[in-house]
Write a new protein. Structure first.
Length: 306
């Protein structure tokens, strides 16, 4: 018998625990020619704001050893376009839809979330961790008060399951996680990107026009794994792990650290089939190890003591 890869997070059913991360997958259309989107556990859509945004000027992507730096700046078509065009495209794709929502102010963020109330969106992922915008973004996510305040406001504005996406650019990730849990978050996702920089030694200019950007990709995986492990041990709500996952065994590691599901990001730029390979690899691992349900993997790491 086939193992059951299904997972329920905050009342939302994901047929498997693999979700393309926000920002690398757009709204799904570009990948449809490669495999049916219905194979995915869910999709986390590109970060969307109340009003359309053009993002930062280029260059806004730089390759790094085993990673990528981005300073996109939340380019997106705005919430109304998202509802009218992207959601209508996604509605019969038979996969869970996560709307990743950001804003320059609490009020803007709340209004964007409100507009999703009567839509088919399954879950809101509140993005308080984008390092590439001058207002809002990570500014909300680096203090307990900021993270708690925006979570409280958004919680009041929606009946939909609420997941909060945390920044790794903090000294104590567990205190931020506890703050958003206390304000009614149903789940936590982490990590967003790590703030980084590259310099062109010929021009002496930073490679990114924004000077700095967010680092993701396999280089950050051990940091993400450590933070997911710490947060999963600090809160009672489910944790969705991401940061540098490239292969099925990375995903299994992340789940052993405590993630109920995983998001897959930067690897899609070099291997667009990665989510499917990861789903198939997890399934084979479960068959080979006689694991019938995916929850038997979650949080099962046996840390050394003493
Ligand atoms: C961006 O659009 O700048 C990236 C989004 C994010 O890091 O949350």
């Amino acid at each position: 018998m086939k193992p059951n890869l299904g997972v329920d997070i905050a009342g939302v059913h994901f047929k498997n625990p693999v979700i393309p991360a926000s920002g690398v997958y757009g709204f799904g259309k570009e990948y449809e020619s490669l495999y049916p989107i219905s194979r995915l556990g869910g999709i986390s859509c590109k970060g969307t704001t109340l009003y359309p945004r053009e993002g930062n000027p280029p260059p806004r992507i730089a390759e790094t050893p085993s990673g990528v730096l981005n300073s996109i700046g939340l380019q997106n078509p705005g919430i109304d376009y998202f509802i009218e065009h992207e959601l209508s495209y996604l509605k019969d794709k038979d996969t869970a839809i996560i709307a990743n929502i950001a804003g320059s102010t609490v009020e803007e963020t709340v209004e964007a979330v409100r507009r999703l109330e009567n839509t088919i969106v399954d879950m809101i992922e509140l993005n308080i961790s984008c390092p590439n915008v001058k207002e809002g973004g990570v500014a909300f996510g680096v203090s307990c008060d900021g993270a708690a305040g925006i979570t409280r406001a958004v919680r009041r504005a929606t009946t939909k399951p609420l997941m909060v996406k945390l920044s790794p650019n903090v000294t104590d990730i567990t205190s931020i996680a506890k703050s958003v849990e206390a304000e009614g978050a149903d789940a936590i996702s982490l990590i967003n990107t790590l703030l980084g920089m590259r310099i062109d030694i010929n021009t002496r200019r930073p490679i990114l026009r924004n000077n700095v950007g967010g680092l993701s990709g396999p280089a950050v995986f051990p940091i993400a794994l450590r933070m997911v492990w710490q947060v999963a041990n600090a809160v009672k709500i489910p944790v969705v792990g991401m940061g540098g996952i490239a292969t099925w065994d990375d995903a299994v590691e992340m789940m052993m650290a405590g993630a109920s599901a995983v998001q897959v990001g930067a690897i899609l730029f070099s291997n667009p089939l990665a989510p499917i390979e990861i789903i198939d690899g997890i399934e084979k691992y479960m068959i080979d190890n006689d694991i019938k349900t995916i929850d038997k993997i979650v949080g099962t790491v046996k840390p050394w003591r003493g």
